[in-house]
Design a protein around this ligand. Structure first.
Ligand SMILES: [Zn+2]
Length: 764
């Protein structure tokens, strides 16, 4: 990155890889200019830093001849259009002839001479006249919005993104000054908030550009988040924090959800979007599907509860991909005749609407440059291309809705999750952040609920606590960004995330503790069980060993079942009210009870009878029978075994951290080196069995627990895994046919109807 500023305090200009020129105003003469060079060598995907050598090969101070510059761009647009239309198209052939005729008029002998200048003007006039003759009213339109997709972290950390955003945004403001028709869209309030604190003067210029309708703050969410892994409340907060920010800072609400790059879209979104008043969703990512192209680019998307939003899939291919077999589209469009024409020709709903949307500009590197704005102006005048007009995404969406309302052409509906047939590995990569994300979500929920409950005690204190809770929410929300939570960032990003999560957890747990202290009176002989769920719960409670814990009574005199197992005390507690609590007190000494053991373990047969199940293991610790005594049926499929650890080869075609390809199941090894099968014990509350297996580079330790008053079975598994390019799965082939599975992280339809039947990874 280089920066150039003048000696008289003029605004600095920034130039770098995708923005290699800076236009200096005519008043430049006789001033001294400072050129500042900052080198960003990258984190190289992490790992130990390497020695690098960088060279500046060329830097010129040049005079721009506007007439020649104009001819260059117009001629380029004509040439590109001719190529895009092809030799079988009459307009294409005609354009090439016109270009030839114009260029024959140029006198190349002595550039900058009066003869050269006159010949350039003549060539330009000839080209203009020819284009005018061929002009026709465009029947279709491409609304182009300039954009810079900024990954909040990925191959770089937050602190680099803060600098990157400032550079990119200052370039965009400069273009707005030089090209009054220029429009720019930018999502992610988190970026704006950083900018506001790092560069308030730049931020003020953005606010002004927003007021002038040149800068469009849009997108609804706090960051462009993953939507598969965050809980429902997090998705709601992404929208709440995002919408509030746009409204407070720019005086406008977002009108659409802008997630061009997230890896698939939860079916919960239409409902949440409707609730914040959003009716439109725009993306490109579904075109990355490995197998199936979506059948429509404009369609209604119906969520879990039946709410609907209108979806538009951007149809712009990357430059050079216009004619490839593999079709995918981009939010980092490059404006050429080829990409504009292909955006229109590949729009599958042309019968419905005669307008497409193109988001153009370099992502993660400054957005649009002058070259693209100049080309936009020329492409707009090319025959046989759609009109290429700058505009706003919100206005594009309004026209699309209007068209859908008025048209007789049917608009189809997609019901349920918008699954991305790609990047299936992002559900498991960097597992620690998935776990930490859910932990922080739950702590936030409990702290917020308790603080709200405690509000009446000291309103000032709890209002201040809400500020701390909100700051922790922001930490969580920004780390749900679509390259962080999915696990596709470099190691350094997760170092930052761990530190941030630990700060957030500490702050929120402090609020939680203080709220509980404000709400309850703790005495030495009492325990208070708090139920944060909104329904009455009965269940097992695990407590650390303490005095007289075996002798507890609830306030209404009931005695919960109690069992000591290894270092813990386990209680079975009934009817703790929803969003409420139950107090347990130590009864007077001398009345310790020992409940009846409700489990039978046969170590020779490796057979267990519980109040709910009959279970049997084989000699390598796998479950060969699981019989449901209440329903009187076998749970496992015939001839099958469960709790089987399978190792599978993990060598995807691309993107190691992102992808699990369908053929990963072709090679399979079973973990069967059982090193421990140990009965831990049983009693009135629970029974537990401990197992341990080894595998080259790995140790798997598992404790399985059954409960006397609850059909739940817990498989508590700790795995030391030091292997490479191997996946571990655990198989439970059950005799249940269901189209939906609900693992703790997400609900996933097991198999979609054709044509998507081959494409879902992970759960089958
Ligand atoms: Zn991205």
């Amino acid at each position: 990155m280089r920066r150039i500023s003048d000696s008289e305090g003029g605004k600095a200009r920034v130039f770098y890889a995708n923005h290699q020129e800076v236009l200096l105003p005519p008043t430049t003469a006789n001033r001294t200019w400072m050129v500042e060079i900052t080198l960003w060598s990258g984190l190289e995907g992490g790992g130990p830093p390497r020695v690098q050598e960088h060279q500046i090969r060329q830097a010129d101070l040049a005079w721009l001849d506007s007439a020649t510059d104009d001819l260059y761009y117009t001629a380029r647009a004509v040439w590109e259009t001719a190529l895009a239309l092809g030799s079988e198209d009459y307009t294409g052939v005609h354009l090439l002839r016109l270009l030839d005729d114009s260029f024959r008029l140029i006198d190349w002998r002595e550039p900058t001479s009066p003869q050269f200048e006159t010949s350039i003007k003549n060539a330009r006039a000839h080209l203009d006249a020819g284009l005018k003759d061929m002009s026709q009213t465009a029947t279709s339109r491409a609304t182009v919005v300039s954009h810079s997709h900024i990954d909040l972290a990925w191959l770089w950390r937050f602190r680099h993104t803060r600098e990157k955003a400032a550079r990119s945004f200052s370039t965009q403001l400069r273009l707005m000054e030089e090209f009054p028709e220029y429009r720019f869209v930018q999502s992610q309030p988190q970026l704006y908030e950083w900018l506001k604190s790092d560069h308030p003067e730049l931020y003020a210029r953005i606010q002004k550009a927003v007021a002038n309708n040149q800068w469009e703050p849009e997108g609804a969410m706090w960051v462009e988040a993953d939507t598969n892994l965050p809980g429902g409340e997090s998705l709601a907060r992404q929208l709440l924090f995002g919408m509030r920010f746009f409204e407070r800072e720019f005086g406008r609400r977002s009108t659409m959800l802008w997630l061009p790059d997230a890896f698939g879209y939860s079916a919960a979104l239409p409902q949440l979007l409707n609730q914040v008043g959003i009716r439109t969703f725009i993306t490109t990512k579904l075109s990355w599907n490995q197998y199936n192209r979506m059948p429509h680019d404009t369609f209604w998307w119906r969520g879990i509860d039946g709410s609907e939003v209108l979806v538009h899939l951007i149809t712009t291919p990357p430059d050079g991909w216009e004619n490839r077999d593999r079709w995918f589209t981009t939010y980092n469009g490059i404006l050429t005749a080829g990409t504009v024409l292909a955006s229109w020709r590949h729009y599958q709903d042309r019968a419905l609407h005669d307008e497409v949307l193109i988001a153009y500009g370099y992502g993660d590197g400054g957005g649009v440059n002058r070259d693209m704005v100049e080309m936009r102006r020329r492409l707009d005048r090319m025959p046989s291309l759609p009109a290429v007009e700058p505009g706003s995404v919100a206005q594009y969406a309004n026209r699309l809705h209007e068209r859908v309302r008025e048209s007789f052409t049917p608009v189809h509906t997609w019901d349920g999750e918008l699954y991305l047939e790609y990047h299936g590995g992002t559900y498991t990569s960097q597992g620690h952040i998935k776990f930490a994300n859910r932990q922080l979500e739950l702590t936030l929920r409990e702290a917020e609920w308790l603080a709200a409950w405690a509000f009446h005690t000291k309103p000032d204190i709890w209002a201040a606590a809400q500020h701390q809770i909100n700051e922790a929410w922001k930490i969580l929300l920004r780390n749900q960004f679509h390259d962080i939570l999915p696990g596709s960032s470099i190691h350094e990003v997760y170092q930052d995330q761990r530190a941030e999560f630990s700060t957030a957890q500490d702050a929120v747990q402090t609020v939680q503790r203080e709220a509980l202290a404000a709400l309850t009176v703790l005495t030495e002989d009492a325990w208070i069980l708090v139920n944060s769920a909104p329904w009455t719960r009965s269940g097992v409670v695990r407590m650390e060993q303490g005095s007289n814990l075996r002798n507890l009574r609830t306030t209404n005199g009931e005695r919960p079942s109690v069992q000591v197992l290894e270092d813990d005390v386990w209680l079975y507690v009934r009817d703790v009210p929803g969003l409420g609590s139950q107090t347990l007190k130590e009864a007077s000494p001398g009345t310790i009870s020992s409940g009846e053991d409700l489990f039978q373990w046969d170590p020779i047969q490796r057979h267990l009878t519980t109040p709910y199940y009959e279970v049997r293991w084989n000699a390598v610790g796998q479950m060969v029978r699981l019989f449901d005594r209440r329903a009187d049926r076998e749970i496992l499929a015939p001839e099958s075994i469960a709790n089987v650890f399978e190792v599978l080869e993990d060598n995807p075609l691309d993107f190691d951290a992102w992808d699990i390809d369908l053929f990963y199941q072709d090679k399979r090894w079973i973990v069967d080196q059982l090193t421990k099968l140990e009965w831990v014990g049983s009693g009135p509350v629970l029974a537990a069995l401990r197992l341990e297996w080894t595998y080259p580079g790995a140790v798997i330790r598992q404790t399985i627990r059954w409960y006397a008053a609850d059909p739940r079975i817990d498989f508590d598994t700790v795995i030391a895994w030091h292997t490479h390019h191997q996946l571990l799965k655990v198989a439970f082939p059950v005799q249940v046919r269901s189209r939906v599975a609900k693992p703790p992280m997400l609900t996933r339809r097991l198999r979609q109807l054709r044509p998507h039947f081959v494409a879902k990874i992970g759960i089958r």
